[in-house]
Design a protein around this ligand. Structure first.
Ligand SMILES: Nc1ncnc2c1ncn2[C@@H]1O[C@H](COP(=O)(O)OP(=O)(O)OP(=O)(O)O)[C@@H](O)[C@H]1O
Ligand SMILES: [Mg+2]
Length: 102
């Protein structure tokens, strides 16, 4: 089975705030994983690190065997944000044309 995500000893701080402290997580192909925790537990921070939206500070994160921050790895990744929007200045045709660019 192919490992989709491996996190080992992942820690992350925002200034003096410890958001993650030594997180280990493995996700295999076909698994459906939910991150549960109270507000401020670090769920979004972990996801942002896993998909390469945040630079790694401490620990190791591997996404489909590569660095989540590399363009090569990110070609395998699809993300649906909790909230998203389109620039109001773009027309429908322009949005579709932009989405078609690879
Ligand atoms: N950009 C930031 N700057 C400073 N502190 C932050 C930042 N983002 C998150 N934090 C802090 O890091 C900790 C973890 O936040 P995070 O958003 O990852 O938690 P969460 O589990 O996703 O919370 P929620 O359930 O509210 O979405 C919290 O203490 C939060 O206040
Ligand atoms: Mg969150």
């Amino acid at each position: 089975m192919r490992t989709v995500l491996t996190a080992r000893g992942v820690s992350h701080r925002y200034g003096g705030t410890v958001a993650l402290d030594g997180v280990d997580l493995t996700v295999e192909t076909g698994e459906c994983v939910a991150l549960l925790g109270p507000n401020g537990a670090g769920k979004t921070t972990l996801v942002n690190l896993a998909v390469g939206l945040l630079p790694r500070q401490r620990g190791e994160i591997s996404l489909v065997g590569g660095d989540p921050r590399s363009a090569r790895t990110r070609r395998h990744l699809g993300v649906v944000q909790q909230s998203l929007g389109f620039p109001g200045t773009l027309k429908v045709g322009e949005l579709i044309a932009g989405a078609a660019v690879r």
